[in-house]
Every structure is written in C-alpha cells, then in structure tokens.
Ligand binder design. Structure first.
Ligand SMILES: [Zn+2]
Length: 304
C-alpha cells in the first residue's frame, strides 16, 4: 500500500507533462500526414513549360485522377480554370499568361479527389517590341466599334466547349510574311498604352490571298462589315475546343458559315483590309480561356 502512493503521485505529475507534449505530437503527426499526402498529388501533376515566360500557355496535367470524383480544377491567382479529360484518368488545364501581367511567381492550386495541392511556377519576364503611334484627331472617326460587334466577339472569346478538335501542332493561317508579332506594346502620341498589346500575329498577305484554318475546329463566329463589324471588319472565329479559340480579322472574303466543322489547312477566307486596317493583312489571334496568348508554342509543338 505504502509503495503505491508514491507511484500514483508520480503518474499524476506526469499527466501535465504529457499534455504539454500533445501539441508537438499533433504537429508531427499533421506534418507526417501532409508529407505522405503531398508527394502523392505532386508526383501526378506536371506543369509545362518548365520555365514559362509572359505570353506562354501553362499546361497543367494531372494523372491518376479518379473518375468517380468531381472533375479536378486548377486555380491560379484567384481564377479557376476548367480541366478536361485527355486520356484515361488524365486531365489537363491551360493557364494563359499575357504581356499585361508582371513576371514572377504564380501560386497554383490543384484540387483533385478531395485533396488540394499547392504548387508554384515562376513566369519569366520578356521584352516585347514597342511601336510609337501618332494619332491625328481626324483619322480615328470611322474606327469606332459597334456594341453589336463588341458583344459578339466577347461572347465568342468566352466559349469553353468540352470537345477537343485539334491534334498536333497548329499551322500558320497564311503563307505570307509575318509583319507584326505577338505582344507588341504601343505608345500613342508618347503615352504608354498600359492595356494594349498586339493580341495576335499579323501576316502581310496580298489582297485576296488564302486564309486557312490553323487547326481543326467549329466555326462559331462569322461577322461582316455590313452587319456592323466596323473595327474587326469581316471576321471568322473558330472554336478549337476546351477554351482554345482563334479569330481572323480584316478578311475580304468568308468561305464558311457558323456551325461548319473545318480541318487544318482548309481555306476559310481571304486576306483583306476591312475594318480598322491601313492595308491588306491578316490578323490572327489565338485565345486560351479568353486571353490572347502567344501562338508560337502552339505552332512549334503539340499542345495536348
Ligand atoms: Zn494585328
């Protein structure tokens, strides 16, 4: 009996000590769980390119996502982008970057099968060429867009449809020399236009020379000068699927109708100077989830 009491005392003393260890134990346990869970997702997520620059399209691919759960999503800088299945239990999202953004680290959050993984990617800086434009007040009179054309073009750019129409790299929509590159910034009468960048590639094609589809897709916009497309001129919009869209401006002729399915290399129209164009040329804009991105990587490789 006598020996029991000191033993009990000793135990009572130990309890607060054990409680003081509890937070550290929980911390170690939580860390261990995170450590075990995190690589599981991280190993299944691939970001490419490894070193993107402003204007690049960042591809996020998740493998071994379960089919039963809700579709995985990817969030970058508070914007959530849709993921689409590109194979058995493999999903992909395209994240656009533009010359209007600042270079630096982007936090990317991947939600898959009820788990969340935080990743980051550094978007490198890039110097875009600069144009200095002088505007004489009398010259801007006829170039005001109509609300109708702005609404139609904006609605077209927001298209995110599930079917992926393209396979393989895109091809240039014109054989002509490229006159103005993607991302060119401008000064108007010496003032930097902070919201402007050249949202596409210009091709110095002759009046009437062919314009071809750069990749398969569905014609989702046909707009004509006569219907109020004063700024864009005669325009075609192709939906390549899964948030990837193309626009072709200033056309002299349109060979397709809304709803047509077109193949890569198929003639869709001809170069012109309708709308706000100082001379015949083709403007091709490639958009990812509503943002104009650099078409160069899409021409150079297959974007899955
Ligand atoms: Zn252009």
């Amino acid at each position: 009996m006598f020996s029991f009491v000191p033993e009990l005392k000793n135990k009572i003393k130990r309890i607060p000590f054990a409680f003081s260890l509890l937070p550290s134990a929980l911390f170690i346990l939580t860390t261990a769980i995170l450590f075990l869970a995190a690589p599981a997702i991280a190993q299944r997520v691939q970001l490419s390119p490894a070193n993107p620059r402003l204007g690049d399209t960042i591809s996020v691919v998740i493998q071994d996502a379960s089919k039963q759960e809700a579709k995985p999503t990817v969030t970058m800088n508070n914007t959530t982008y849709p993921m689409f299945p590109i194979g058995a239990s493999t999903y992909r999202a395209f994240l656009p970057t533009t010359p209007l953004e600042r270079a630096g680290v982007r936090k990317i959050q991947v939600q898959v099968d009820g788990q969340v993984e935080n990743l980051s990617v550094n978007v490198g800086d890039r110097t875009f060429p600069v144009q200095r434009i002088r505007i004489v007040s009398s010259s801007s009179g006829g170039l005001e867009p109509t609300q109708h054309e702005l609404d139609r073009v904006a609605a077209f750019r927001q298209l995110v449809t599930p079917e992926k129409y393209w396979n393989g790299p895109f091809i240039p929509p014109s054989r002509a020399r490229r006159s103005t590159g993607y991302g060119v910034r401008r000064y108007y009468n010496g003032v930097f236009a902070k919201d402007y960048y050249h949202r596409g590639l210009d091709f110095a094609g002759a009046q009437g020379s062919p314009v071809v589809a750069p990749a398969p897709g569905k014609v989702a916009l046909v707009g004509k000068l006569a219907e109020g497309f004063r700024l864009h001129g005669n325009i075609i919009g192709i939906d390549h699927g899964q948030g990837v869209t193309s626009v072709f401006l200033h056309l002299s002729r349109i060979n397709v109708q809304e709803g047509d399915l077109v193949q890569s290399g198929q003639v869709i129209g001809a170069v012109g100077s309708t709308g706000a164009a100082t001379g015949p040329h083709l403007h091709w804009g490639l958009y990812v989830n509503g943002k104009s991105i650099d078409p160069a990587p899409w021409l150079a490789q297959t974007m899955e």
